[in-house]
Design a protein around this ligand. Structure first.
Ligand code: ADP
Length: 294
């Protein structure tokens, strides 16, 4: 199976129709949705046909059961560590009439994933490990993610990493990020992250450069699709299906889930990227970061 080590997050999306002001906006529509980059990748991989997908994550006791239920319904086996001392990670997204978004985030229990939560036996029956980049931004979860990566490599289990966000990579430092993900087999950045990691403005140049350090690199380009690089050169350029975008939350996670499901089923990297683009395009047509139920 595929093991994802990552973050499970509650997304609270509030749409308001007027500019935000210190008053009660009774016209607001507020939805609570399951999210988190790691959990979204796991759900999209399962939706894309990957068998036996599991996720290891820490959640608060406040919403552990709610998240478990939603992961199970999406076909993912939840390995959630309940934390009585922190709430489940929560992101509040304020979306205004012009679709401008403001995010307020509380990483809560997610980044408290500790080395004591890891065990090599978590890799029993696992043939691929995916690490959500968010884990790398707090000491405790970073140490745990690194330990998981090293254990997987010792066992010959390939590892993929998604850098999460350019802002977080900047905060951590590019050198530090590259050092901590050293040894990963697949890197899945978006164009901004690829540029940040290499200092190269052109996404194709950045992808090619990254592929000298990581055996397989797929860089996502939003509506323009994705690039795949290996051994220092571009090996595929894949267009994204044309769709009407409603909410781009989780597009990158959907790409990663679709890409990994295809790759693990034996597809070549170019076909895997095409599968990733199909999942990404599907994700932007609906609200939230998870596949639609049913
Ligand atoms: P991230 O969400 O990590 O920034 P991207 O914005 O690059 O990632 O999107 C990931 C993938 O989702 C793209 O490679 C593409 O396949 C798909 N996608 C994103 N935005 C659109 C769009 N407007 N139309 C069609 N596909 C899209």
């Amino acid at each position: 199976g595929l093991l994802v080590v990552g973050d499970v997050v509650t997304d609270v999306v509030a749409r308001h129709r007027t500019p935000l002001a210190p008053a009660t906006d009774t016209a607001a529509e507020i939805r609570t949705l399951p999210g988190g980059a790691g959990a979204n990748v796991a759900c999209w991989a399962a939706r894309s046909g990957c068998p036996d997908v599991r996720i290891l994550a820490r959640v608060g006791t406040d919403r552990a059961a709610w998240h478990e239920e939603r992961l199970r319904r999406a076909g993912v086996r939840p390995l959630l560590v309940p934390d009585a001392n922190a709430p489940t990670a929560t992101v509040v997204a304020l979306v205004d009439a012009a679709a401008e978004r403001t995010f307020l985030t509380d990483s809560g229990a997610a980044l408290r994933l500790g080395v004591g939560d890891w065990s090599p036996s978590l890799l029993d029956g696992v043939y691929h490990l995916h690490l959500s980049g968010y884990l790398f931004f707090a000491g405790t979860s970073r140490e745990t993610a690194r330990l998981a990566l090293v254990t997987a490599r010792e066992r010959g289990v390939p590892v993929s990493v998604d850098p999460a966000s350019a802002g977080f990579v900047t905060e951590l430092g590019v050198g530090r990020f590259l050092a901590v993900v050293e040894g990963a087999d697949v890197l899945l950045p978006n164009a901004d992250e690829a540029t940040l990691l290499t200092g190269l403005a052109d996404a194709a140049d950045a992808a090619a450069k990254l592929s000298r350090h990581f055996p397989l690199v797929a860089v996502t380009l939003g509506a323009a699709g994705a690039l795949v690089a290996a051994s220092g050169g571009i090996i595929a350029r894949v267009p994204a299906p044309e769709v009407r975008a409603v909410d781009t939350t989780g597009a990158g996670d959907a790409f990663t889930g679709g890409f990994l499901a295809a790759l693990l089923s034996g597809a070549d990297a170019a076909s895997a990227a095409a599968a990733g683009c199909r999942a990404g395009a599907q994700a932007v047509t609906a609200l939230g970061g998870r596949p639609q139920e049913g």
